[in-house]
Structures are given as structure tokens and as C-alpha cells.
Design a protein around this ligand. Structure first.
Ligand SMILES: [Fe+2]
Ligand SMILES: [Fe+2]
Length: 182
């Protein structure tokens, strides 16, 4: 996983300083490298969020190659890798907490009520924007990556940029097909 993660990061050139700073904050102040991807849906295990995020970025690059070669690697990697970064919660306040019984992690996770409530994709956008300058297409893709699965998707219905459409499908493909094959 680390190798695939580093390979994706190595494609970042223009915003390398900003991305390096962001991943250092994520590594040192959040559960980015250990968080599950959900409490009970997909990849609800330690490291699940990173595995999902890497899978989405890789899938996005492949769909981009086929359908929209004009979109840069950097746009794909930043939006693919960090679209769900809101799932870490806030620095110092993890969103998912391991459920512990008799001093042992049961394998399940609960949601930390101490983290201020916010839609996950909005929190992703909030966290990323503090460190990485985003284009308007990238901001739309991150904010609305759940598409019509959530009511907010209506705000951009029929006005989705190609990057949003590709990110949405890469996310669906990773969560519903790739991650289920294991
Ligand atoms: Fe998401
Ligand atoms: Fe996702």
C-alpha cells in the first residue's frame, strides 16, 4: 500500500510543497494512515481509508486515460486521494473511534461525537483547502463526489464538470467493485 501511495504522490509536481505539507499534517496530527473507510460499509478496518483513497486515485487515472486525457495527473491524484479525507475528522479529533470492550478492539468502529458535525465531503474540502490551492473543477469534484446519492448532489445536477463525473465513478467503482473482490 505504501508503495502505491508513494507512486501516486510522485506524480505531484506543481503543488508538491503544499501537498507535502498537507500529508505531513495528516500523518502527524490525524488518523489518515490508520482510519477505517467506514463504520460498517466498505473497508471498515484499520488502514481502510488509505486503501480506499489509493484505489480511487488509481481508478480515476485509468478512467481519465480512456475518457479525458486532458485532465492532469495532479488533478486526479489530489481529488482521488483526498476526496474522503474528511473521514479523519479534525486534527487531534478522529471521526472514527475503535470500539473497545474489555480493553480490546472489537474490530468495529463508532463515530466520535466530539467532532463538529459537517458533511464528509464538505469536511474534505475544508481540510484540503487549508493547505492546497484547488482549481474550481477540483473543488466541485471533492464537494460533490457522492453525486445523486446525497441531496446536495442536486446543486450541481447537469452541470457536473468532467472531473466530478470521473471522480464519482472512480469512487463507486473502488467501493462497489474493487473492494468487494477481496
Ligand atoms: Fe466519500
Ligand atoms: Fe470515497
Amino acid at each position: 500500500m505504501e508503495e502505491r501511495y508513494n507512486k501516486l504522490l510522485s506524480t505531484i509536481t506543481e503543488r508538491k510543497t503544499e501537498v507535502d505539507k498537507f500529508i505531513e499534517v495528516l500523518r502527524s496530527e490525524t488518523t489518515w494512515l490508520t482510519s477505517p473507510a467506514s463504520t460498517k460499509y466498505h473497508l471498515n478496518k484499520e488502514g481502510g481509508l488509505l486503501e480506499h483513497s489509493v484505489g480511487v486515485a488509481e481508478t480515476l487515472l485509468r478512467i481519465r486515460d480512456a475518457l479525458a486525457p486532458g485532465i492532469s495527473d495532479e488533478s486526479c491524484v489530489i481529488t482521488g486521494l483526498f476526496h474522503d479525507v474528511g473521514k479523519v475528522g479534525m486534527p487531534g479529533k478522529p471521526y472514527y473511534l475503535p470500539e473497545v470492550k474489555n480493553g480490546k478492539h472489537t474490530g468495529a468502529y463508532t463515530i466520535n461525537s466530539e467532532v463538529v458535525a459537517m458533511g464528509l465531503s464538505l469536511r474534505s474540502l475544508y481540510l484540503i483547502s487549508q493547505y492546497i490551492p484547488l482549481s474550481d473543477d477540483e473543488a466541485q469534484a471533492i464537494a460533490y463526489h457522492d453525486g445523486m446519492y446525497v441531496p446536495e448532489g442536486r446543486a450541481v445536477a447537469h452541470r457536473e464538470t468532467p472531473l466530478l463525473l470521473l471522480l464519482h465513478w472512480a469512487d463507486m467503482w473502488a467501493a462497489s467493485v474493487r473492494e468487494k473482490k477481496r
